[in-house]
Design a protein around this ligand. Structure first.
Ligand code: GDP
Ligand code: GDP
Length: 458
């Protein structure tokens, strides 16, 4: 089994061109009859020795201009839902348009992995557009020319982690726990089994102190190092125990660095971080407090949120800080401002070198793990929803009120809510955010990403 990628983007950015390049000439294009909607077309794609399935959303614009917006959205949402990763195309020669931003918002809302692709990047004209693409908040764009086949190696590199991930997940027998089962809409309390190891990934920029931290944690208790079955070759897991709780620690980039000491890793590849993050339930983002919240730190935190994992931030090298009170106030302010997607994330000062703060760190790991597994009973949710609707109902859009009827949490890990709504497509993003903030505050869902899906229902 290989992974599935969806090609997403507004009309004319080059989706069909990329699809054809990836699928090659062996697949005849289907259904170009005017008036017939081309739905999402799966194709067998290949770049080098990487084989995967690709879903194209191109061609919808020809179907029915009147309902273009709604159709595109629905098709796009379905494609995103089916895929493991979305290739989000923009036109580098045009730059970022409001419609691109609209797609970005949609992708963010779904919260699955996104590879941003700046297409038509050949030549000078494309350069500005590639830079501009950063503003969409999906990290570094892959600069591509689908028409001329330039940049395919970078696209290959960006997609490779998904293949490795797929293999690893199959070996682990996981990968099915991201699905919302619509029939599971009844109350159920997620049990946290204290004998099952909690999977914790230690991630961070090179030199943040990950290896030092892990070595101090393990001390003499190091039970096992080295690649294990089911784990991607170059990621490492170590079994550990903290106050009687079994913990499985994951570390990718740090161990890799140790394996090749002479090779200074200037860049942390997002693929590495992504791999660790996807294996983990709780991610400990290790910051070097002498250089906190740099771009890569924020990128990793954002990945954690998008992958739906619980997050704890370790403020490492705290031993180097003199005015600790002042530093703490500044760091808190930065976290609130720069990481709104994981509001309330615990910031734990530690020294990996001396071991100070590690107990507090682990206590927070267990706490956010419990939150991540929490289920809010349906009755409590709907009591809360009733009071929200009374005091701050959804606005009227095009003269009609939007009705919210009922809410439930079908799934934990991370907490995922469904709200039934008379016109889901019309409910403003700001109101969804308002609901999520309210849920977070009322039910004390700190430090974990929350999901809210709107379903049509009267
Ligand atoms: P779609 O609507 O997103 O499927 O876009 P198409 O694949 O139909 O492409 C729209 C237009 O952009 C066509 O005229 C393509 O030839 C052109 N195009 C696609 N990729 C590139 C590229 O990499 N460079 C340039 N210059 N043009 C491209
Ligand atoms: P990694 O690349 O994230 O695995 O980082 P390392 O564990 O190799 O640490 C990078 C450097 O930071 C090394 O020189 C460590 O000795 C130093 N370091 C790590 N943790 C601490 C700490 O808590 N305090 C201080 N002062 N230095 C630390």
């Amino acid at each position: 089994m290989s992974f599935t990628a969806a090609i997403i983007g507004r009309p004319n950015v080059g989706k069909s061109t990329l699809f054809n390049r990836l699928v090659g000439s062996k697949i005849a294009l289907v259904d170009d009859t005017p008036g017939v909607t081309r739905d999402r077309r799966p194709g067998e794609a290949r770049i080098g020795d990487l084989y995967f399935t690709i879903i194209d959303t191109a061609g919808l614009e020809e179907a029915d201009p009147a309902s273009l917006e709604g159709r595109m959205r629905a098709q796009t949402e379905m494609a995103i839902a089916e895929a493991d990763v979305s290739l989000f195309l923009i036109d580098a020669r045009v730059g970022v348009t409001p419609i691109d931003e609209h797609f970005a918002e949609l992708l963010r809302r779904v919260g699955k992995p996104v590879i941003l692709v700046a297409n038509k990047a050949e030549g000078k004209v494309g350069e500005a557009g590639v830079m501009e693409a950063y503003s969409l908040g999906f990290g570094e764009p892959v600069a591509l020319s689908a028409e001329h086949g330039v940049g395919m190696a970078d696209l290959f590199a960006a997609l490779l982690p998904f293949e490795q991930l797929e293999e690893a997940l199959e070996d682990e027998g996981e990968g099915d726990d991201d699905v919302i089962d619509p029939s599971a809409l009844e109350e159920e309390v997620e049990q946290v089994d204290p004998t099952r190891p909690i999977k914790v990934a230690i991630v961070g920029r090179p030199n943040a102190g990950k290896s030092t931290l892990i070595n101090t944690m393990l001390g003499e208790d190091r039970m096992l190092t080295g690649p294990e079955a089911g784990i991607t070759r170059d990621s490492i897991s170590v079994d550990w125990e903290w106050q009687g709780r079994p913990i499985k620690l994951f570390d990718t980039a740090g161990m890799r660095k140790k394996a090749r000491v002479e090779e200074k890793l200037e860049k942390l590849s997002v693929g590495d971080a992504l791999r660790s993050i996807r294996f983990a339930e709780v991610v400990v983002l290790t910051l070097d407090v002498t250089m906190p919240f740099e771009k890569q730190d924020l990128q990793i935190a954002d990945l954690v949120a998008r992958e739906g994992r619980a997050l704890v931030i370790a403020l490492n090298k705290w031993d180097l800080i003199e005015d600790r009170q002042k530093a703490m106030a500044e760091l808190r302010e930065m976290a609130e401002r720069l990481l709104p997607q994981v509001r309330g994330v615990p910031l734990v000062p530690i020294s990996g070198l001396t071991g100070a703060g590690i107990d507090k760190l682990m206590a927070e790991v267990l706490r956010v793990y419990a939150t991540w597994n929490r289920r809010v009973p349906t009755a409590a949710l709907n009591r809360w929803l009733a009071s929200v609707l009374e005091h701050h109902p959804p606005p009227a859009v095009s003269g009609r009120r939007i009705k919210l009827r009922y809410m439930t949490q079908p799934k934990a890990r991370p907490p995922t809510f469904v709200a039934f709504c008379s016109r889901p497509e019309a409910l403003p993003e700001s109101y969804t955010r308002y609901l999520l903030n309210g849920l977070r505050e009322t039910f004390k869902l700190d430090a974990v990403p929350l999901r809210l899906t709107l379903r049509k229902g009267e």
